[in-house]
Design a protein around this ligand. Structure first.
Ligand SMILES: Nc1ncnc2c1ncn2[C@@H]1O[C@H](COP(=O)(O)OP(=O)(O)OP(=O)(O)O)[C@@H](O)[C@H]1O
Ligand SMILES: [Mg+2]
Length: 243
């Protein structure tokens, strides 16, 4: 047996290693609140069982090409960010590169790029937007909270550039929003830039409404549960105010 290692695939191996490092970084960057993925959601929001099952199935069948994106919409505190992060973790498990941004943070980063002292200089952002580095070419691009950011015309142009690149190349996106596509369109009826963006999302994504529990905002439910526990433990004598 030869003692010389087979290096014929060294380039592929290096790429695979680099990709794995990117994926590990994405997993490590997941906020503590959302780290428990679908398991955590099922525990804290049992009414989302069917939604979790549908998204797990979507992850299992995921192909990084085609109009197979998702647009999750629902009221505040229904679990959209949790679901998006659970999808990210499930796809990372399957060795896919997922680039996840909060929409307002992305806008901030874009704005920050105008500052010459910024760590994200303009060139870097444009490289990102044009898909010349791994982020633009990520297997899935997650944009959380679309429609809540305060965006200038130029911010919107860059957002359009990023999403249009994915549209042209048929690379999937997962978008979350408090607004359905229809209501987002209605809110921007006089704005051609928004209309062009929404039109593309409509073709790229399947729209899924995230159902609310009997008491819609899960954060308020958690607050009530904590208040009740404190009362039971006689730590508070005055009950927590109900919203
Ligand atoms: N993976 C998870 N494990 C356990 N609990 C979770 C998980 N993801 C979300 N939650 C809980 O679900 C509730 C809703 O959180 P989430 O941030 O996902 O809502 P949202 O729909 O994104 O709200 P908003 O529209 O305000 O951004 C919170 O109480 C949160 O702590
Ligand atoms: Mg959210």
């Amino acid at each position: 047996m030869s003692e010389i290692a087979d290096l014929s695939n060294w380039e592929d191996d290096t790429n695979a290693l680099h990709q794995r490092q990117i994926i590990e970084k994405a997993i490590a960057k997941t906020s503590s609140r959302y780290r428990r993925g679908f398991g955590g959601i099922r525990e804290s929001m049992p009414h989302l069982g069917a939604t979790c099952a549908a998204l797990e199935q979507w992850c299992a069948e995921f192909e990084p090409k085609g109009d197979c994106g998702l647009y999750l919409h629902g009221a505040t505190g229904t679990g959209k960010t949790g679901l998006a992060q659970a999808v990210k973790l499930a796809l990372c498990e399957r060795n896919y590169v997922v680039d996840s941004w909060n929409s307002a943070k992305l806008m901030d980063t874009i704005r920050d790029s105008y500052n010459p002292n910024s760590e994200h200089n303009r060139q870097e952002i444009m490289r990102f937007a044009s898909g010349d580095d791994y982020r633009g070419a990520a297997h899935l691009f997650i944009l959380d909270d679309l429609g809540t950011e305060r965006s200038s015309e130029h911010d919107l142009d860059v957002l359009y550039l990023i999403l249009n690149l994915r549209y042209d190349e048929m690379r999937p996106v997962l978008v979350t929003s408090n607004h359905s596509l229809k209501s987002l369109l209605a809110a921007h009826v006089d704005d051609l830039a928004w209309q062009r963006l929404i039109s593309r999302l409509a073709e790229m994504c399947e729209e899924i409404g995230v159902p609310a529990a009997a008491r819609p905002d899960q954060r308020l439910t958690a607050r009530r549960r904590r208040g009740k526990e404190a009362e039971d433990a006689h730590r508070v004598t005055v009950p927590t105010d109900e919203f």
